[in-house]
Design a protein around this ligand. Structure first.
Ligand code: PEP
Length: 229
């Protein structure tokens, strides 16, 4: 099984980092996807990796000052686009219905949306995380073909915190998502993945890969994560 290793640089990085990433080495067992800030997309020359975006607008074009459309991303060589990241949900008030429109537009333009879902700390503590995840998925993936997207399971309490669920906890969620969407649905995990915990996470047999935030900003660390598979 080929695993996806996705780098989400968020609003970080520089031209210098872009240049460094040109020496990233491919692992034949993985597909590596770099998602830089969109202004750097034309500077990244995909060789050992593919290009992805961190967000897109739900319309193809129009009077939406400051936005980037799926058509633009496609033209720049993006094959993937992250939608519904928890930072977009929390800081930019994106809801599942909007995320569903963005994912549909990405598919329409020949890209694979990486649709993020994840429970809050309270939902996990109170044992409500399964319902919360299923509700997000039912709305965000409404009417989408499960062969045409990737789910990123990203517990909100794990993003940027150093807290990582146990493999058993992740397996339980994978099981639930597969039961809902079918065995062939692709699911990756994101939340404080580092070069230190990747060997443990890579033991999860039906996990299709990882989404890496902070640890993707250092080429050495990120290379170790790719090489762990
Ligand atoms: C993310 O941004 O999707 C993420 C998982 O971040 P981090 O790896 O820094 O927790």
């Amino acid at each position: 099984m080929e695993r996806l290793v996705v780098a989400n640089w968020k609003m970080n990085g520089s031209i210098k980092l872009v240049q460094e990433f040109h020496s990233l080495q491919n692992n034949p067992k993985t597909t590596t996807i770099i998602c830089p800030p969109s202004c750097y997309l034309p500077l990244l020359k995909p060789s050992s990796f593919k290009l992805g975006a961190q967000n897109c607008h739900q319309a193809e074009k129009g009077a939406f000052t400051g936005e980037v459309s799926p058509a633009h991303l496609k033209e720049l060589g993006c094959q993937y686009v992250i939608v519904g990241h928890s930072e977009r949900r929390t800081l930019f008030q994106e809801n599942d219905s909007l995320i569903n429109q963005k994912a549909a537009q990405a598919i329409e333009h020949g890209m694979i949306p990486i649709v993020c879902v994840g429970e809050t700390y309270l939902e996990r503590q109170e044992g409500r995380f399964k319902q919360a995840l299923l509700a997000q998925m039912d709305r965000a993936l409404h009417n989408l073909d499960s062969q045409k997207y990737v789910i990123a399971y990203e517990p909100i309490w794990s993003i940027g915190t150093g807290l990582v669920p146990t493999n058993k906890d992740i397996e339980e969620v994978l099981e639930m998502i597969h039961a809902r969407l079918g065995r062939s649905a692709k699911i990756i995990y994101g939340g404080s993945v580092t070069d230190k915990n990747i060997l443990t996470l890579s033991q999860i047999s039906n996990l299709d890969g990882v989404l890496v935030g902070g640890a993707s900003l250092n080429i050495k660390t990120f290379q170790t994560i790719i090489d762990a598979f």
